[in-house]
Design a protein around this ligand. Structure first.
Ligand SMILES: O=P(O)(O)O[C@@H]1C[C@H](O)[C@@H](CO)O1
Ligand code: HPA
Length: 264
């Protein structure tokens, strides 16, 4: 597994030489605007992506580009504050670098998060949703032709919702449709996606999920609804909504991830 000729094992060696543990319990990939989760880590340390050999930089607003380590409930955690999107020009092999690192750190759990637009009219801005199925359109991810798209969401969404309920949080469950982006969808596309059964739409997560499943990492994926998708509300879409919605729900998002790290 190479990124810019630096293997994930070499990156692991670099990080353990800079205070990171050999192994972690959980790895968390933080979606747009969700980087403040790292404020909840005990004894946090971080390294900017720009200082890690083989790490690309992030170019999307709301992704700081920093790798954190710390502890939560006494468990070792690494958190990627910033991910690599295919639409930024990264090949799929690079979009899954955080997943490869979770693997070399032998993470028992991976929690993937993202900002998403709601297609389901029963959803609202600020809703948290556990992904229980994925639709991909137009963009293959598998390394070789006709390889099936694999993903294995662990555990079942009901368990995530039950744990959320224990801390007084209501969490939706539903299907995430993956679009390459970077532009938002048209109203007609959103209507079409609704008929296909999609509940939210976003531009990440599916490649990471696929790779995590291939590597056998138990993975849970959470969307934060940052806006109603095109045409679902009359409001004009703007990336600033992503930041605002994430800011408004950052504590609840952190509580949810925290209980998943503790009890899943
Ligand atoms: O990294 P995520 O999936 O959270 O980022 C979403 C998709 C786009 O990059 C951006 C849309 O504004 O947020
Ligand atoms: O409406 C959206 N569409 C696609 N990706 C998104 N990420 C946040 N909101 C959206």
């Amino acid at each position: 597994m190479k990124s810019n000729q630096v293997s994930t094992e070499q990156i692991h060696l670099f990080l353990t030489g800079h205070g990171f543990p050999e192994k972690v319990d959980s790895a968390v990939i933080l979606g747009s605007g969700l980087g403040d989760f790292t404020e909840n880590l005990d004894e946090p340390e971080s390294i900017p992506y720009s200082e890690i050999p083989g790490f690309p930089e992030t170019s999307v607003q709301g992704h700081t580009g920093e790798l954190f380590r710390g502890r939560l409930h006494g468990k070792e955690v690494i958190a990627f504050s910033g991910r690599f999107h295919h639409y930024e020009g990264h090949p799929f092999s690079r979009t899954v670098l955080p997943v490869h690192l979770a693997h070399v750190f032998e993470a028992e759990k991976l929690i993937i998060s993202n900002a998403a637009g709601a297609i389901n009219t029963r959803f609202s801005v600020g809703d948290l949703m556990v992904i229980d199925d994925i639709i991909r359109l137009f963009h293959g991810i598998a390394a070789s032709p006709s390889e099936p798209f694999r993903y294995n969401l662990y555990p079942v969404a009901d368990r995530v919702r039950a744990l959320a309920a224990e801390i007084g949080l209501e969490v939706q469950r539903g299907t995430y449709i993956y679009l390459k982006g970077p532009n938002y969808e048209s109203k007609a596309e959103i209507r079409a996606f609704r008929t296909l059964g999609a509940d939210v739409v976003g531009m990440s997560t599916a490649p990471e999920l696929s790779e995590a499943s291939r590597l056998g990492i138990r993975t849970t994926a959470i969307s934060l609804v940052t806006n109603m998708a095109a045409g679902v509300s009359a409001k004009k879409l703007d990336h600033s909504e992503v930041k605002e919605a994430a800011e408004a729900r950052k504590e609840d998002f952190a509580r949810l991830v925290s209980v998943l790290i503790e009890k899943l």
